[in-house]
Design a protein around this ligand. Structure first.
Ligand code: FAD
Length: 466
């Protein structure tokens, strides 16, 4: 059984005291209101840097684990909520303030007939700065993380100096996924493309040939995503391609709202979904159908193909407090890993709280992206909090055991999710680890943007466990 309150903290169900600041999942206090600063503009930000000493952590929507975002108790929590909005747009790109929620960016792009070439993640409440800093990604081998669409970053360094990093600059690949420890991103320019429309073909298939299917789906379709219900040896699969002219016409006639293709729903997953829901109800001690977490699987019942734009189809997640773990492994290793997980599952019969989410991306240019220089398959795990703020120990056991397996295949964890640091030798996993550390030293010699978590990362060797 897992009882690790440091890695997987209990969630507070009490209303926070007025002076407390928590992360989004409310499983970590980040600091107090006295530590929170919300400068109105660049001058105010530079003045704050000049007048203050001590550590600074930048917060976005605070979705990441508390250890990542919290400064030390005397440090500054810097919220860029006033750095918000679209600053400029042309035929190829959009310039956006870093505190802007992704959903605002996506909406503006939609309204202007544009999109990012890359797929979004499942939710879009993250800020631009927060999403880029941790390598936030969607799926599809022909694209990678959102940060791979960035053309330039504007940063304010600890010295107050304003620096712009363009694609091609020596430090650019370090800034792309920066963990908030190089400086304050204030503006970002991203490449855009004309908006396209897609049809998502949904199926339920056996997991018997998943080892080869996962590669084929990803090679044959623009975007592919699968939920693996290990208990039932079944997958729910979304394969997404450009919409046919017929589908596109239906979509236009439907005022650009998502078109469901058939009134004949596919019910082949329904029994599996009911069983998963029963387990989730037992794990979370939430009864009745009210909890939003149940909608994240209940919506897979009675599925049909759909047509829409990239955000309508792929950015449909329901954000509910959770422990999420996502480990990227080299795509080439994925068939062997799937075989390994199947064998482990057959031997151990562990309890599955939520299906394993499989998303693959192409290689990233970001030095600290889990997909750096390699096509990558991400294995994602979720355990939802119970109403009393606790977590299913069996659910945690499942993800903890699979994380160990994935780590032995060169797995690299998502920085903005939960992981157990003792499995990772960062300098071995990331060929540019030392180069990143050198850029960090150069841009922030006094380490003002480092907290305990960042110090541990850059001084850690395998076996260290904070
Ligand atoms: C329900 C849920 C769904 C998710 N879905 C996905 C998904 O589909 N795909 C995926 O890849 N990830 C996903 N994530 C992870 C999420 O995208 C990351 O945690 C992301 O970093 C959160 O953005 P934020 O604005 O909340 O940043 P925060 O969590 O507030 O901050 C994250 C990091 O970014 C740094 N930072 C923030 N702003 C700046 C800035 N302006 N300059 C420099 N550094 C900055 C912070 O210091 C911190 O280190 C999900 C998380 C949750 C909880």
């Amino acid at each position: 059984m897992i009882q690790n309150p440091i890695l997987y903290p209990q969630r507070s169900t009490d209303e926070p005291a007025a002076e407390q600041i928590f992360n989004w999942a409310r499983n970590a206090q980040l600091g107090t209101k006295q530590q929170l600063h919300t400068p109105k503009d660049e001058q105010a930000l530079q003045a704050l840097l000049a007048e203050s000493t001590g550590p600074i952590r930048i917060v976005g929507s605070r979705l990441s684990p508390g250890r990542m975002v919290s400064p030390a108790c005397e440090g500054i929590l810097l919220d860029l909520k006033h750095f918000r909005g679209i600053l400029a747009m042309d035929e190829q790109s959009v310039r956006v303030a870093a505190g802007t929620p992704l959903q605002e960016l996506f909406k503006t792009l939609q309204q202007n007939g544009r999109m990012l070439k890359c797929s979004p993640g499942v939710i879009a409440v993250q800020t631009v700065g927060g999403a880029l800093a941790t390598g936030t990604h969607g799926q599809g081998l022909q694209q990678s993380a959102i940060t791979d669409e960035v053309l330039s970053f504007t940063l304010i360094l600890a010295s107050g100096e304003k620096r712009t990093f363009q694609r091609g600059d020596a430090e650019f690949s370090a800034v792309m996924v920066n963990l908030g420890c190089l400086g304050i991103i204030t503006e970002v320019t991203l490449a855009t493309v004309p908006e396209r429309y897609f049809t998502c073909h949904k199926t339920a298939v056996s997991a018997d040939t998943l080892e080869s299917d996962i590669i084929e789906w990803n090679q044959q379709h623009l975007f592919s995503k699968a939920w693996w219900f290990v208990d039932d040896d079944l997958l729910h699969v979304w394969n997404i391609d450009q919409a046919s002219s017929e589908d596109l016409e239906s979509y236009q006639q439907n005022d650009q709202q998502v078109v469901r293709h058939s009134t004949e729903h596919d019910e082949s997953l329904n029994a599996t979904i009911d069983q998963t829901l029963a387990l989730m109800h037992a794990d979370t001690q939430v009864h009745g159908h009210g909890g939003k977490q149940f909608r994240t699987v209940a919506r897979f019942k009675d599925f049909t193909d759909v047509t829409g734009d990239i955000y309508q189809l792929l950015c449909r997640g329901i954000a509910v407090p959770q422990i999420n773990v996502e480990i990227g492994v080299p795509l080439a290793e994925t068939p062997a890993i799937i075989r390994h997980i199947k064998q482990w599952y057959a031997e151990q019969q562990p309890h599955m709280h939520y299906p394993i989410i499989l998303r693959c991306t192409g290689a990233s240019e970001a030095w600290l992206s889990p997909a750096y220089q390699q096509d990558t398959c991400y294995f994602g795990f979720v355990v939802y909090y119970a109403d009393d703020g606790s977590l299913s120990q069996d659910g945690l056991h499942f993800l903890t055991e699979v994380e160990k397996i994935l780590a032995t295949y060169g797995g690299r964890p998502h920085w903005g999710k939960y992981y157990d640091p003792q499995h990772y030798d960062w300098a071995k996993l990331y060929p540019k680890w030392q180069d990143f550390a050198a850029v960090k030293q150069q841009l922030d010699p006094q380490q003002r943007f480092s907290n305990h978590y960042i110090h541990q990362l850059f001084s850690s060797t395998i076996g260290d466990h904070s």
